[in-house]
Ligand binder design. Structure first.
Ligand code: HEC
Length: 104
């Protein structure tokens, strides 16, 4: 089949970034945003929204906006910043994982 051999040389980066993102999310985010991203909190009374609903994001849901929310945090809320604890690649892995769970 035309293109079959060359196609074997390229890799879809998707599954790796999602697998890494899943683990990073579980370790760094799920305690507040819940394993399913829907924000059933272990810390009661903290207003966390459903992160599967991108259209409801208060601080934007473009790649850059989510990156900003994670790396710099949201001042005066429980959402701290991950500037020193996550590398840029790790932040992108988490963002790709979040996008894979998007419902709107
Ligand atoms: C200590 C609890 C806590 C942890 C840990 C935490 N968050 Fe948050 N996060 C919050 C809270 C609370 C808000 C909502 C702030 C507000 O608007 O009141 C929030 C908001 C956000 C937003 C903005 C949503 C919007 O409406 O724009 C994003 C994106 C987000 N968090 C992603 C993450 C990711 C990814 C991680 C892990 C790297 C993480 N958070 C870790 C508590 C947390």
């Amino acid at each position: 089949m035309p293109g079959y051999q060359p196609s074997l040389q390229v890799n879809n980066p998707g599954s790796d970034t999602l697998a890494r993102g899943f683990t990073l999310y579980k370790d760094n985010c799920s305690m507040c945003h819940a394993a399913d991203l829907r924000g059933e909190l272990s810390a009661p009374g903290v207003p966390v929204r459903d992160l599967t609903r991108f259209k409801k994001y208060k601080f934007g849901s473009t790649d850059q906006a989510i990156y900003r929310s994670i790396v710099y945090g949201i001042p005066k809320t429980a959402m701290g910043n991950f500037q020193s604890s996550l590398k840029p690649q790790q932040v992108w892995d988490i963002i790709n994982y979040m996008k894979s769970k998007r419902t709107d």
